[in-house]
Structures are given as C-alpha cells and as structure tokens.
Design a protein around this ligand. Sequence first.
Ligand SMILES: Cc1ncc(C[n+]2csc(CCOP(=O)(O)OP(=O)(O)O)c2C)c(N)n1
Ligand SMILES: [Mg+2]
Length: 694
Amino acid sequence: MSTTQVAQPMTDAGVDQLCINTIRTLSIDAVQQAKSGHPGTPMALAPLVYTIWNRVMRFDPQDPIWPNRDRFVLSNGHASMLLWSVLHLTKTQAVNADYERLGQPSVTLDDIRRFRQLDCKAPGHPEYHWVSGVETTTGPLGQGVATSVGMAIAQKWLATRYNRPGFEIFDYNIYAVCGDGCMMEGIASEAASLAAHLGLDNLCWVYDNNHITIEGNTRITFTEDIATRFLGYGWNVLRVGDANDTDRIEHALEVFRKTKGRPSFIILDSHIGYGSPHKQDTSEAHGEPLGDEEIRLTKRSYGWPENAKFLVPGGVYEHFAAGIGVRGAKACQEWTKLFDAYRGTNPELASQIDQMQRRELPAGWDRNLPVFPADSKGMAGREASGKVLNVLAQNIPWFLGGSADLGPSNKTLLTFEGAGDFQANSPGGKNLHYGIREHAMGAIVNGLSLSKLRAFGATFFIFSDYLRPAIRLSALMELPAIFVFTHDAMGDGEDGPTHQPVEHLASMRAIPGLVTLRPADANEVVEAYRCIMRLRHKPAVLALSRQPLPTLDRSRYTSASGVAHGAYVLADAPNGNPEVILIASGSEVSLAVNAHETLLAEGIRSRVVSMPSWDIFDHQTREYRDSVLPPNVKARVAVEQASTFGWERYVGTSGHVIGMKTFGASAPLKELQRKFGFEPERVVAAAKELLGRA
Ligand SMILES: Cc1ncc(C[n+]2csc(CCOP(=O)(O)OP(=O)(O)O)c2C)c(N)n1
Ligand SMILES: [Mg+2]
C-alpha cells in the first residue's frame, strides 16, 4: 500500500504538492492510529517544513551529525509528526550515542505506524538522543526557540574561533518553528531580546500564526502586536500571508539569509487543520484525531485516495532524494573536502573540532588546577570555583559560559588574557552575558551544549527555580551542561528568605540523571569540577557557598579526591569502628568536623562523612556504600542547611536530620545559624541523644 501511485500531474508544483500532502496524510493517519496526538499543525505547516527541508536547508540525511549542518528546531513539539514525516521521507539515517552511523533509517514507516507507542522512533514529542535528526527535545513550549538562540551563539562562536581565510568551516544557520504557545511563554521573550542584542543573523524563527491554541481562538488570550514586539527587540520581521505559498516561504527564507546583523522573524499566517472541512481553524484540530469520516473528507480535499493509509506515493522519496538528498550530500562532501584541507594547514584546530564533536577533553585539560593549603579562615566556594573556571577555560579551548548578571558575585568571570566578552562585534568571547534572563540562560546553555561546546550558566541557587525547566531538559537530553549556583544556603544572611534556598537541593536531586554537587571546601570544589568535566552525557549542578569555608587540613583528614565517590569518610573514629556517623554537605561539613572533634574528646567514636553528591554516591558499589555508611551503625546525624526532605534515605528511620523545615530569615549569618540550629553543639547533642547518652 505504501507506494501506490496517486493520480497527480507531475509538474514540479504537482510533485511538491504530493510531498506536502504525504506529510499531511502521514500525520493524520499516525494520530488516528495512535488515537492521540496533534494533527492540525502538521496539516498546516507541511508546506513550510517541506520548503525548509527540501529547498533550503543544508542537511545531509546520510550524515545527520555533520558539524556544519543547518539546524532545524521544532519548538512547537506537539507537531512532532512533521518531524517524523520529514525524517522518514528524507531517509535520514540513524546514529548511535557513540556517533556511529548504524546503516538504518532513523524513522521507518513502521515507526510512524506505531506513533507514540513504546520504544518506537516516533514518540509523542521530538526527543534528542532518541531519534537521530532531532536537534533538541521540545514539548515544553518556548524551550525550543530559546535553545535555538544557544545554537546560534554557538555557530557564531565556532565561526569566529575556527574559521580561517578560505576555510568557512562553520557557516550554518538555525531554523526554528514555533506557535502561539512558544510566543506567549516568557522564555521566548528573554531569548528573543538577547538574540537581537547579540545580532544573531544566523537565526530564523518562523511563527505559525494560526490564532488557535487549546482553549480556542487567541482573541481570548493573545492580542498583542507581535510584529511590533519583534521589531522592538530589533529583529528583521517578515510576513508570509499564506502558509500554502511555498514560493513566498522560500523567498522569505532567502531574505533571512541575506539579512545581516539581526535575526529574522517570519510571521506565517496558517490554518490549523488545513483541508479538513469541519475542523480547519478550530482548536479541535490541535490535539485530537480527526476521526475516520473527517479523514476521508480531508483526503478528498487533498485529492488523495480516501481510504489509503500511511501512503507514500511513488515519486515522493525520489523527490526528497533529488532535493535535500542531493543538495545535502553535495554540501557535506564539499565541507569534508574543505575540512581535510583545513586539517592540513590547521592540524591543531582540526583536532580540537574532532575532540569537541566526540565530547572528549583535550590532553592536559586539568593541568594547573589549584591545590589549596589548609586554612581555618578558608575560602568561599564561589571564590574557589572562579579560580577553577579560569583554569579550565584556558585548558579547554571550547569551554565558555557566563552568568545572568551576577558574574562578579558568582565569581564566574573569565579574566585571563584573550577570554573576551561575547558580543555582536566580538562573537569569539568566552564570557557570555546572559543578562537577567535565567530561563533563557538555561535553554541557551543547552543549545551551546547541543552544539558540542562545554558551556556553563550561573546565578544564585535560589534562582535555579527560574531555569529549572531547562535543567530538566538537559538531563532528559543527556547533555553535559554545567550550572554554577552560588549563595547555596543561608550565607546570604541579611538578604533574607527570598534569597535563601531551602527546597532547591532536594528539587535538583529529584531530577533523574542530573549530578548535583555541594562541595565542602576549596579542594572539594576542585574535585567537583574534575567530576563534572569528565561527564559526557550528564548535566551537573554545582551548589557553592557565598561565605568562606575553612579549607580542611588534608594531612589530618582524608583527601578531597573522595568527592569522585559522591561521599567519603572524611574523619573517622580512631579504630575505624564508629558508633555514630555525622553526614554533611557543603558549609555544614566543617561544622560536622567540629562536632566530631568534641565527640571524640568525650570518648564517643564518631565518623564524619562528607557527602557532596547523593547521585554519585548512589551509583557506587554496595560494598563501597556500606564501607562509608556501615549498615550496622544506626546512630546517624545528617546536617545540611536545606530542606530535610529525603535525608531519611541515609540516616534511616532512627537517625536525625538537622536541616530546614521552614523558610529562612533576614539576619546576619551567625544569628541564622543559631536560630536554625546549625551549630556544633546541636550536632553533638543530637549524636548523644541517638546514643542514649544525652
Ligand atoms: C510550557 C507548556 N505549557 C503547556 C503546554 C501544553 N500545550 C501543548 S500545545 C498547547 C497549545 C499551543 O498552542 P500553539 O502553540 O498555538 O499550537 P497550535 O495549536 O497552534 O499548534 C499547550 C497549552 C506545553 N506543551 N508546554
Ligand atoms: Mg496556535
């Protein structure tokens, strides 16, 4: 059934239309078969996606990870059938996690038949890492367009750092398609504002202006003048009044490519559910199968065999092969030749590009990492972090990042010679200035990371709430993104409860696959970064103190290299046979050490476990975990300036947790420590009580 001929005049326009209607009907049939999904937008945007892919994009279906490919982001991820259709029809090939080509298609017709079913390569929403050819996971509206800004920054940065006269190694563009939802989400505004500020003329957003969202017509929610809004940001704003007019779409995309100095925003007027006699222009077309009868009528309106299902008419695969297939292969082959020549004249840069693409670290990436001497006054976590970042950014050419306007406070500024600021007129700078746009920053870090750069974003830990959706996506996408959060507890003191994180550690620890680290002193900060830099497929969150923490004497206590295990015995009972275990992270570790010394002096055999990362510890062998937390030692006290939520898993039902059960307060840190019980005496008392020696 799948290659039956459809009676169509085979003019160029006829073949175009046949391809467009194939995308439409595959989408309709898949949603109907799955009894769930979103048919209306694929029906409307099939001509757009067809035009971008088959006429414009430089993308080689044979090599979907070719570094200089144009990127396509479907920010309105619910329209995923657009992507599954086009990946299938272009015969885009599958690639595995080791970047090897598997010699099989990314999305088969069978996958489309099994749309939204377990393990099939046509899931409900586009998923990076699961389906080759998907450039970023989308579904949470707004994330895709914001991520595309990170991709555009990455392209500019790569071009500036790696292109040489006669060697345009990186000159790709980024196309993002979005709908009303994406445009209403705040993250898109943050990202659009920054994109224009940075003059990202390699970035094109196409806005599906269909006036429909789930609750109905946008007259009930969204009546702003979006053209004026984007003009205000400084975008080049274009309009195509008919989503079926592929020539005008192509022309607008050409204008985008010729426009320098600013990103382009194409407003595309469309009809959701196009061609459906009863559902076009209604919100019903958004997220429900059309139903058998309506499908027949719709197919009739397309001139399609009414009862055919999952039909790919003869000539369609061939037309995609002749379009994007030929153009993409040629572009990729030319690039490969160019890159070979570049490798001859710039071997060092070429090998950096190779390593970057495989997410490897360059030799000597950790040379000159600081070792901090014991110091009772110590150093703030953020301070140590700043020193480490400046070393890493010098050792790893493609390491870059910045803060959401808190650089001086987060200590994330890269100050070495040649670091530079990333701006429109200096797009090779390593210091990114996200401005006060945390949500977009999260997505931009993901976009940079999807472009294979090692990128970080920074703010106060309290504001991790503002970018949590992007952090979650980084974990879902298995990206080695880095989030540097300072002011990790009540060190903010006088700023008060609006600035004091409580539930944030628990919240980060709850995200599957995210590595959260809260180091105890300057040397643990160094070791935490060592762990983070070795991650290839996991994001990391660093929670760092604002205030100085004593640098522990590692000749007296065990080495900070124990951080690599997530938790380690820092100080032990003299015979290694503890009767009580004190577990702490970050700023509370030195507090636990103080309590430990007191307990020892009183003849109580205590052990201190520094636990910077639950996640890493949980991945150790049972043998190791039991050696750190021997199951027979039930007297356990955990101390952490954060929500107590979850600590039972380490202290057990008979243990004690000293943590936060309320919000903090505005006062000097010392007073807060007293008020909330973060004092050695309290830990000592809790330990004794558990041992029945109170
Ligand atoms: C952040 C977020 N909020 C809510 C949703 C649920 N949702 C999915 S699609 C949609 C409506 C989107 O409208 P629009 O972007 O105009 O899409 P269209 O129906 O026009 O394709 C909503 C609310 C979501 N996916 N992400
Ligand atoms: Mg809409």
